[in-house]
Design a protein around this ligand. Structure first.
Ligand code: ADP
Ligand code: MG
Length: 672
């Protein structure tokens, strides 16, 4: 195979014959029948055959190749906006061709735009089975892929490492049989089952994919457990002291999670735990207790948060909580002055300071935490894998710190099982008492004035409000401009109130000054972009207004709404939307209006747009699923999990072969 072809195939993630086997059709086309041209109906894929009556390059309305194909029943126009000289040759007048495409009524009468063309001889037999259509790329078309795949099918070993008893029980075909059925469907194969990927051959492949994912996650988990970490036995001196000084008691869920973590920390291998809890469930306290267990043993702990605002807020909270215990917390952010920063770094380096909170400034080079025994990552889905790994590397060589990941983006159980099979999970499924439920209201933008009035009343009554500006994904500049305009408009409409503005382009110290002023009650209305999305905690704020709510994702809306309802006051969230609403926009608003439970919302989100985005799979570094769907193939997940354990334990060689087949070298990152 030439280097050029190899390069093109790499774009399709095909790096060898093994990958070709698993390069499965996107869909299938029915070329087993011919339609008379006169019967070809707009909107339905059809195959027609006829003689080329004319073929020319037309320059208007733009340069294109236009051919007329005639059969006994009529004439059809075919058009190509991009074409090669070779195509023109195929379409020489008098040649016989088959066209496959979707007819429509167009500029030139009934036409097909960019149909597939195949030169044929008179009376050439039709294929007997459906034709697979593969993901392709410029330069590697269907014909090439088909040829390469057939070659791989003939030359590669197609042995089946799956135990027959499992195949039998799940009624799944063998590997070779499944591949053949998908690459070369039988004439009598059920087209709908192939198309919808419900055919047993598809189920076999999806099962295998889920199995491989489970095995590789499991293996990563085991590999990490085999490493050494600093054991931090439970002394319960500082954690207890903290709980005694707090004005509230931990919830049952907080106690349970804290106990699970405490037990992990005492072990001589690194903890890898995810703490999942809905917005406002009190994850920070659980993290603080864990960090104190490190301090109790004379070791360091660090907490990393994705935004400056959040990091500073954590630092303030921890400092407030820990000052009475005589513990100082270091704060590291990109914005601290050099001299202050260096002083802090020095004290962290020589172990004088045991606790550090920061943004990704924590993982930058000059930071050394020689006695780091616990790393906490808040809102972990906001960080890339590499950043999380970098934090882990801050400790002493050869020892891994314990890791606690926190996420307010709750995910459904099946997702957690597959995406986080390499983590242990603790769940905070209980909110602290005394919260009044947030009321959610929808308002069309025609009623913006009423909403402004509502803000005025709330603030005059001593409350505070957030006003979140529309998300403009295409342009950060435009987003900024909108924020500034919104700020001006509100400041003018509400002259008796103190209006503040915070957005991503502000310098860190400006952001922090504004947030502090809002926290201290010196600002009544905070106009903000989504920089306040995660974590911000100002209990006196009880009104949240979100403009163009239909543009936000569900997880985002839930996070934003979670900024209120944190104090005793009755809280409300007003979602302003613009008409007309798209179908998805409408669905999302309905979900957020009807639900307050993050897990419910996550489930709905999964339904509306699939799992990928929600858990940030793209940057999670986990092997993505190409064929299986966590939503549709739930019945395969549990058996895949069970078999994964069994194969790793009893059939390590078969397990290895399977993983090689699917992942090749791609497992490296995962096991890092
Ligand atoms: P999240 O889980 O969203 O990170 P936080 O840790 O920010 O939640 O906690 C939300 C608020 O609840 C904070 O003001 C925190 O001090 C408070 N809080 C935490 N635990 C309790 C509790 N057991 N009882 C009352 N308030 C609590
Ligand atoms: Mg938080």
């Amino acid at each position: 195979m030439g280097a050029q072809l190899a390069g093109l195939l790499a774009k399709l993630d095909i790096r060898g014959p093994r990958d070709l086997l698993l390069h499965l059709p996107l869909r299938y086309e029915d070329e087993t029948r011919l339609a008379p041209i006169a019967d070809a109906r707009p909107g339905f894929l059809a195959q027609v055959e006829g003689e080329v009556a004319s073929c020319e390059v037309v320059l208007r309305p733009r340069r294109q190749l236009v051919a007329r194909i005639r059969d006994a029943s009529g004439v059809l126009v075919a058009r190509w906006l991009n074409f090669y000289p070779s195509q023109q040759k195929q379409l020489a007048v008098g040649r016989r061709v088959r066209l496959f495409g979707e007819p429509r009524v167009g500029f030139f009468g009934v036409e097909m735009v960019h149909p597939r063309v195949r030169p044929v001889e008179q009376g050439e037999p039709l294929p007997e089975a459906l034709t697979p259509v593969y993901p392709a790329t410029a330069g590697v078309g269907q014909a090439t892929l088909r040829k390469l795949i057939d070659r791989a099918l003939a030359s590669e070993p197609l042995d089946d490492p799956l135990p027959p008893d499992v195949l039998h029980e799940l009624r799944l075909p063998g590997f070779a049989e499944a591949l053949r059925a998908l690459h070369h469907p039988a004439p009598d194969a059920d087209p709908a089952a192939l198309e919808l990927r419900e055919h047993p051959a598809w189920r076999r492949i999806k099962f295998e994919e889920l199995l491989v994912q489970q095995m590789s996650l499991r293996r990563a988990y085991n590999a990490r457990r085999a490493r050494r970490a600093v054991p931090l036995p439970v002394q319960d001196r500082l954690p207890r002291a903290l709980l005694e000084t707090l004005p509230f008691r931990p919830t049952g869920a907080q106690r349970r999670a804290a106990a699970e973590i405490a037990a992990d920390l005492a072990a001589p291998h690194p903890m890898q735990r995810l703490l999942q809890g809905d917005v406002g469930s009190g994850k920070t306290l659980v993290a603080a207790l864990a960090m104190l267990q490190a301090v109790d043993n004379g070791w360091q702990a660090a907490m990393m948060a994705p935004t400056e605002i959040l990091a500073e807020q954590h630092w303030r909270k921890l400092s407030d909580w820990l000052a009475p215990l005589g513990i100082e917390v270091a704060w590291l952010s990109g914005s601290r002055r050099k001299r202050e920063r260096e002083a802090v770094l020095e004290r962290l380096h020589n172990g004088e300071l045991l606790l550090a909170v920061g943004t990704h400034a924590l993982i930058e080079d000059p930071v050394t935490l020689p006695r780091l025994a616990l790393a906490v990552v808040d809102e972990q889905h906001r960080f890339g894998v590499r950043q999380r790994l970098a934090l882990r590397e801050k400790g002493e060589e050869g020892r891994r710190p314990h890791m606690l990941m926190m996420s307010a983006t709750p995910i459904p159980r099946t997702l957690a099982m597959t995406h986080y099979a390499d983590l242990d999970v603790s769940v905070l499924d209980e909110l602290p008492p005394g919260r009044t439920p947030i009321r959610t209201r929808l308002a069309s933008d025609a009623r913006r004035d009423e909403v402004v009035e509502r803000v005025r009343q709330a603030c005059l009554g001593g409350r505070q409000a957030y006003w979140v500006c529309p998300l403009i994904e295409e342009s950060e500049a435009l987003q900024l401009q909108t924020a500034v305009e919104t700020f001006d408009a509100l400041a003018e409409a509400l002259p008796e109130l103190r209006v503040g503005l915070v957005h991503g382009r502000l310098k860190a110290h400006e952001k922090s000054a504004t947030m502090n002023a809002f926290s201290a009650g010196e600002i009544d209305v905070l106009v903000a972009t989504t920089v306040i999305e995660v974590g911000v905690d100002v209990p006196n704020a009880s009104l949240m207004v979100i403009e163009h709510a239909e543009r936000f994702g569900l997880a985002q809306l839930h996070q934003l709404r979670g900024r209120v309802g944190r104090g005793r006051a009755e809280s409300a969230c007003i979602l302003i939307y613009a008409q007309p609403l798209s179908q998805t926009g409408r669905e999302r608003l309905k979900v957020i209006y009807e639900n307050t439970d993050g897990f419910e919302i996550a489930r709905a989100d999964l339904r509306i747009r699939g799992p990928g985005e929600f858990v940030g799979a793209r940057q999670s570094g986990l092997p993505l699923l190409r064929y299986a769907s966590l939503e549709n193939d739930t019945d395969l997940i549990e058996p895949a999990r069970e078999l994964a354990e069994r194969m790793l334990r009893d059939m390590p060689e078969a397990a290895e072969r399977l993983m090689q087949r699917w992942l090749g070298g791609r497992e490296a990152l995962l096991r890092a």
